[in-house]
Write a protein that binds this ligand. Structure first.
Ligand SMILES: Nc1ncnc2c1ncn2[C@@H]1O[C@H](COP(=O)(O)OP(=O)(O)OP(=O)(O)O)[C@@H](O)[C@H]1O
Ligand SMILES: O=C(O)c1ccc[n+]([C@@H]2O[C@H](COP(=O)([O-])O)[C@@H](O)[C@H]2O)c1
Length: 214
């Protein structure tokens, strides 16, 4: 077995029942951290979700993959940190053979009629969302919940996504209804924030490697 052999259960799309509200939380998780866990908790609570699919991507199409840890390792670490039984860690995009969100959402929608999905992302992704493949189609497939992140709180004011879909923005007080709304619909959720990032954790780990252990 190679070090990147991914267990079969992670390659299958998780099971969903008709009528459920499910958050789709895609990420590199390289490595996963408490900031991700906080996003998952906030989304579950504020959006009233039955499940949250913690989707470990084979590779963000816009990122350099030189420093990307094997998928199997990112899954294992995600399982350690994912909060509670409603969070399902999955890597089904690997089996789909691609990592473009627009295509993934089309597939999820086609296979799960009657299920209410919401795309979940941190506020930093608002600023670059218009560079994602078919980004307007993504916004018109499922509602989107943007979770606040230090350094990106004001991004929604200037981002192309926010400007283009300004008419579809709903008040965060109505977040409970987001999953059941027809796309496009999105909201920005404020709340407790975590300053953690995978980049900082990778830098810290690299630094520790260079310091001789006592
Ligand atoms: N501290 C945080 N607060 C809010 N959202 C976050 C936070 N960290 C990550 N996210 C969100 O979680 C999702 C997955 O993020 P990702 O795995 O890229 O982590 P990251 O810390 O941003 O990584 P990197 O530093 O390598 O870019 C993205 O939607 C991102 O916006
Ligand atoms: O589809 C795209 O063009 C696209 C571009 C950038 C990011 N994404 C997805 O957005 C999610 C968050 O990525 P990341 O690296 O910020 O954790 C993850 O599921 C990526 O595959 C998707």
């Amino acid at each position: 077995m190679t070090s990147d052999a991914v267990a079969e259960r992670y390659l299958r799309m998780p099971h969903a029942e008709k009528g459920m509200a499910i958050g789709l939380f895609g990420g590199s998780f390289n490595p996963p951290h408490e900031g991700h866990a906080l996003v998952a908790e906030i989304a579950l609570r504020r959006l009233g979700l039955d499940q949250l699919w913690w989707m470990v991507t084979p590779g963000n199409p816009l990122k350099n993959h030189r420093e990307l840890a094997p998928l199997s390792e990112r899954i294992r670490l995600s399982e350690d940190i994912a909060p509670g039984p409603r969070v399902k860690v999955t890597a089904f995009e690997k089996r789909l053979g691609q990592s473009y969100t627009a295509r993934t959402l089309q597939r999820v929608q086609a296979l799960n009629r009657g299920v209410h999905f919401v795309w979940i992302m941190g506020a930093d992704n608002l600023g670059t969302f218009h560079r994602w493949q078919n980004w307007q189609k993504i916004a018109c497939t499922f509602p989107i919940a943007v979770i606040d992140r230090p350094g990106s709180t004001l991004a929604y004011l200037s981002s192309r996504m926010a400007k283009t879909f300004d008419y579809a923005r709903i008040d965060e007080e109505d977040a409970m209804s987001l999953a059941r709304r027809r796309a496009p619909a999105w909201t920005f959720i404020h709340g407790p924030r975590s300053p953690l990032s995978s980049t900082a954790l990778r830098s810290q780990a690299a630094l520790e490697k260079t310091i001789p252990q006592k």
